[in-house]
Design a protein around this ligand. Structure first.
Ligand SMILES: CSC[C@@H](O)[C@@H](O)C(=O)COP(=O)(O)O
Length: 718
């Protein structure tokens, strides 16, 4: 505490007023006590401040001269210093303010407390001042007694010997001045005692009490017109007679020293607290990170649980329907939705406990082999067609009815159904559904209508060749059939189109098997499992079922050979994130979603055994159009020496086109890039290039996996 150099007032110790220097404090108080004139003007104040400045100068100079401090003799027998009201307040409230202001430095805390002290209501403040007054009296009494004691005399001698008769802030003190100061101090004490007995003192005390200022303190207003008789003139600064500043008493300096020691201790404690605080802060940050991580994992698990729940419920539905006519021997129980779990356990117990029910076991085996739990993107039965609306996935699993060519065209064009094989199947089935309902007066009329409708359907999306090939096939077929009745002609058309649906499913299963063989025979790592990266969606949702590239993955998974599948997000339409991820989760295949831009980093880490994608059109030379982003994956695969496969049925191969440069590439609306779910994400006014597909040159393709086997892109059996 630098202000220890100046005695603030009389003999008691008071802390410095917030916002004032000790020198200013002293100066103002000095005016009050020595010149109680009510005519204290602003001019006087200015003069006083100037004086204060002047007085500060020798202090600084003396400080510079002072050099190394001599160790002070500590008087262990001296009475305990009196504490000022302000210090009492600080001590009582420091812990509270520290707790309320976590991380605040010691000086911040003191500043806050000083502010509180300034605004402390008078009665509250008075309590502290009263306590200080009482303590001061106690101190004075004890000090008087002590001064009469032998111990005091011994101490004084010791100090004199050491040349520290009384501490002085300005360094070496002339003995002459010290004696004069001692005499002056005695004079003050005597006069003060007399003054306290005077009428003037009583009047002053009364006035002060009335004003709520029982005794002067550094922060309160002091009535300058307190009494007609001034109190005794204060003692002067030791060694500087003429200076009107209270003396530095030994007690005061001791007290200051004690305070400084306490302050040092407190600073150490504060530093420790601050260190602990920083550590705790780091812990909090780590914990917050861990909580966020856990929350996201919990959310993921919740979503998984929902998927599993959905899967379980569709499994129960399928089992109830498949075993609907099978009564349990003995109880005759039939399966119901709420009893299917128990029914299946009882059925299994019956079959495993005895050989009696051989026929039943055979029937159960047959039923189980027909239960298909794969995703049904296209539900077709007896002239009725429903498709899973892929725009609503994965949030909603809703089927929409397709009753006409126009419905089919709209579903394809708006991508409620997408994926090259699925486009062709829905197009043809949509046409069939309408044909079956429509009245034609003649077969020729029917043929004409079919041909026009096929042209219309082909135009819905230009890049995938499957619809176009199906249309060519049907155009030729309908022309060749020789029927007399429209009804029979319709039945033949129905057989043809339903056959296409079945063939696609079979083809996909074949593709899956060939692809799995190819990968396992050529690229199975020593760990015994493979990791596959795939792009876009080529699964049940993109075909009549099972899938092409995803079909290969399904086959690998069913053989227990999948370590992990990585599916790209597939911007801008997000077929990977919305649809492939949905299918992978549905089938319980271990999989991770990545952004398209992460593929390079993933391959660089050696985490991928092979890349397999689908195709929208494979040309005669093996060039392949597929979802935008496929080409860059093939380039990356070549760079990282990873096999890159295309999985596609022959319905995706277009032998009429020599190479990829002839493939029409569909351009999609700008909104797919500028908006996500209706919210703009791109700067307004920006132009957009949004091709839905790109072409991968045959040279970058390791092999094309078809239902007839795996071929080099350069030697396709066309
Ligand atoms: C078995 S689906 C093969 C391709 O059609 C598929 O990879 C693809 O690119 C689909 O694109 P899309 O625009 O979603 O119809």
């Amino acid at each position: 505490m630098e202000s220890a150099n100046i005695v603030p007032k009389e003999e008691s110790v008071e802390a410095e007023a917030p916002g004032e220097t000790a020198a200013e404090n002293v100066q103002v108080k000095q005016e009050v006590t020595s010149s109680p004139s009510p005519t204290n003007t602003k001019g006087t104040c200015h003069r006083l401040h100037a004086e204060v400045k002047e007085r500060k100068k020798p202090v600084a100079a003396a400080k510079a001269k002072k050099g190394k401090k001599k160790k002070q003799i500590r008087d262990m027998n001296a009475p305990k210093q009196a504490l000022s009201g302000y210090f009492r307040f600080l001590n009582d409230n420091r812990d509270r303010v520290r707790t309320q202001n976590q991380g605040a430095s010691f000086s911040d805390i003191t500043r806050i407390l000083a502010g509180e002290w300034t605004h402390l209501p008078a009665p509250e403040k008075q309590k502290y001042l009263d306590a200080a007054e009482a303590d001061k009296e106690r101190y004075q009494k004890e000090m008087e007694e002590y001064k009469r004691s032998e111990a005091y005399k011994v101490m004084m001698k010791k100090k004199k010997k050491q040349g520290v008769k009384s501490k002085h802030p300005f360094g070496q003190v002339n003995e002459k001045y010290l004696d004069a100061a001692e005499a002056d101090k005695e004079r003050y004490q005597k006069e003060m005692e007399e003054y306290k007995r005077s009428e003037a003192y009583k009047v002053m005390m009364k006035k002060k009490k009335k004003q709520g200022v029982k005794s002067k303190h550094p922060f309160g207003q002091v009535n300058e017109d307190a009494g007609s008789e001034p109190p005794p003139k204060k003692t002067g600064v030791i060694g500087f007679p003429g200076f009107d500043i209270p003396i530095f008493t030994e007690e005061f300096l001791d007290h200051n020293k004690a305070q400084e020691t306490e302050l040092r201790k407190l600073r150490r404690v504060v530093a420790e607290y601050e260190e602990q605080n920083a550590i705790l802060q780091r812990h909090i940050e780590q914990l917050t990170g861990a909580i966020e991580q856990l929350e996201s994992e919990v959310n993921e698990k919740k979503q998984n649980a929902t998927q599993v729940q959905q899967y379980l419920s569709s499994l129960r539905t399928n089992l109830v329907s498949a075993f609907g006519s099978i009564r349990l021997p003995g109880s005759n129980e039939l399966p119901m939705m709420d009893s299917i779990d128990g029914y299946m356990i009882r059925l299994q117990n019956l079959l495993s406990s005895s050989q009696q029910h051989q026929d039943l076991a055979k029937e159960v085996r047959n039923i189980i082999s027909t239960i298909d739990m794969t995703l049904e993107a296209i539900k077709y039965k007896d002239g009725k067609l429903e498709i899973l609306n892929q725009l609503a996935l994965p949030e909603k699993s809703e089927y929409i009815s397709i009753q006409s060519v126009e419905d089919a065209w709209d579903a394809i064009h708006s991508m409620k159904v997408r994926g090259a094989p699925a486009i062709a199947i829905v197009g043809c089935l949509g046409l069939l559904v309408e044909v079956l309902q429509k009245d034609f007066t003649s077969i020729d009329e029917a043929i004409k209508w079919v041909k026009e409708s096929l042209d219309h359907l082909v135009a819905a999306r230009p890049t995938a060749v499957n619809m176009s090939k199906a249309a060519s096939h049907l155009r030729t077929a309908v022309q060749q059939w020789e029927f007399k009745s429209v009804q029979n002609w319709k039945a033949r058309l129905q057989m043809e189109i339903e056959g296409m649906l079945e063939k696609d499913l079979d083809d996909n299963k074949q593709i899956g098997e060939h692809g799995a063989d190819e990968i396992l025979e050529n690229f199975l790592p020593s760990e015994g499992k493979v990791s596959i990266l795939t792009h876009c969606n080529t699964g049940s949702l993109a075909t009549s079922g099972y899938g092409t590239a995803l079909g290969v993955i399904r086959s690998l998974f069913s053989r227990g050979k999948i370590d992990r599948v990585y599916c790209t997000e597939t911007r801008p339409y997000n077929q990977g994130a919305r649809l492939t991820a949905y299918e992978l989760v549905h089938d319980g295949i271990p999989a991770s979603l990545i952004c398209d831009s992460m593929a390079g980093a993933l391959l660089a880490q050696g985490k991928v055994t092979a890349i397999i994608t689908g195709a929208d059109r494979v040309t005669a030379n093996g060039d392949t159009a597929n979802k935008i982003g496929t080409y860059q994956l093939a380039v990356l695969a070549r760079h990282h020496n990873i096999p890159f496969y295309i999985a596609a049925p022959f319905t995706s191969i277009d032998a009429t086109i020599p190479d990829g440069s002839h493939i029409p590439i569909e351009q999609r609306p700008a909104a797919e890039l500028t908006h996500i779910k209706g919210s703009r994400i791109a700067a307004p006014g920006i132009e957009v290039w949004n091709p839905a597909f790109d072409v991968t040159p045959a040279d970058l393709i390791t092999g094309i996996i078809t239902e007839q086997g795996v071929f080099s892109p350069h030697s396709l059996p066309l």
